[in-house]
Design a protein around this ligand. Structure first.
Ligand code: SF4
Length: 334
């Protein structure tokens, strides 16, 4: 367990969540009313946040630079932040999942030095595009500040009032279903990303640095609803992942693993995702929830061969079928 003094905690915290130092965002913990505080970000402001008195929202963008980037997944679907972490890892970057204040997750990337926000956003957008989630919100939201604007703030982690409720806290990097027991120890072992890593990714993937800011009316909803843009998962699989099942857990686990493999998740993260998913299952007839060992062996089995089928023919999968799925007409002989 970390034995940091209050002063050391504040210093460490400020090194991870720095931004504009003359303004911050906050909200009333009782009413939820959000406001901007045009006041210096002092140690007292940070301490009030950590103690759960007044939340601190950080404006990450200073000029055209940032020292951290957060991706905001507003759905309670752990598979999404896990997929982002896996995508970032493939590019040699560590990222950290935070359970946000009421619903969903933030995934944070921390940099060794201030980096160009445009580059960081470009790389994050590439990972999201590969996941089929190109319109997911990224903080900072802009590439640079114009003279009049502060940009947008994001609620910073570790708000003292919510920490005991398991919100605004980081999860264990190797076991994302668990909240990390010692948040300060985790911050101390965070691996920050050097600026040259972003340059290498941009170069190797031939990424354009233009237009990283979202156009105002991108049809996120329409994009989400098409199977090929739903984190690569058909609607039945997405519903099963969010709702759990009541029968045929083994068959379902196998089919989920095949689909997660097709979506690009490595085996270890698929096992973590499915272990978390199994807790949502409510087996009928007094049967027990599928065990972690069974999940592991079904997932391993799915990864051994190049299985492709979504599983439409299985009763458990078919019971979640959505007629809007582009495969539905084929399945129904249409
Ligand atoms: S047709 Fe139905 S069961 Fe098959 S993948 Fe699409 S939603 Fe799932």
């Amino acid at each position: 367990m970390s034995n940091l003094s209050t002063t050391e905690k504040i210093r460490l915290y400020k090194s991870f969540f720095p931004g504009l130092d003359n303004v911050y965002g906050t909200y009333d913990p009782d009413t939820g009313n959000v406001r901007q505080a045009k006041e210096p970000v002092t140690d007292e402001v940070i301490l009030a946040h950590l103690k759960g008195i007044q939340p601190y929202g950080v404006y990450l963008l200073t000029g055209d630079k940032t020292k951290a980037l957060a991706v905001d997944f507003d759905e309670d679907e752990l598979a999404l932040p896990i997929a982002f972490v896996a995508g970032a890892k493939r590019f040699g970057m560590f990222s950290y999942i935070e359970r946000s204040k009421s619903k969903g997750f933030h995934v944070w990337l921390f940099f060794e030095e201030p980096v160009e926000a445009k580059k960081a956003r470009t790389v994050a957008r590439k990972i999201l595009a590969d996941m089929g989630k190109p319109n997911t919100e990224i903080f900072p939201k802009q590439d640079c500040l114009n003279n009049l604007s502060y940009g947008n703030f994001i609620n910073a982690p570790l708000f003292g009032k919510l920490v005991p409720k398991g919100r605004t806290v980081f999860v264990e990097p190797g076991e994302p279903v668990k909240v990390c027991e010692d948040q300060w120890e985790l911050l101390q072992r965070v691996q920050r990303i050097p600026a040259i890593r972003l340059d290498a990714i941009i170069q190797s993937c031939n990424l354009e640095l233009n237009n990283t800011e979202p156009t105002p009316k991108e049809p996120e909803q329409a994009v989400q609803d098409t199977p090929e843009h739903s984190f690569g998962l058909p609607p039945c699989i997405r519903r099963i992942l969010s709702e759990g099942v009541t029968f045929d857990q083994r068959i379902c686990t196998f089919r989920l693993a095949i689909n997660l493999k097709k979506a690009g998740l490595p085996l270890d993260l698929t096992i973590v995702t499915l272990t978390a998913w199994a807790r949502k299952n409510k087996p009928k007839d007094g049967k027990r929830i599928i065990t972690d060992q069974e999940i592991e062996s079904q997932a391993q089995f799915a990864y051994q061969r190049d299985y492709r089928g979504c599983g439409c023919e299985e009763a458990v999968i078919a019971s979640f079928c959505d007629n809007n799925c582009h495969l539905a007409s084929r399945k129904n002989g249409g």
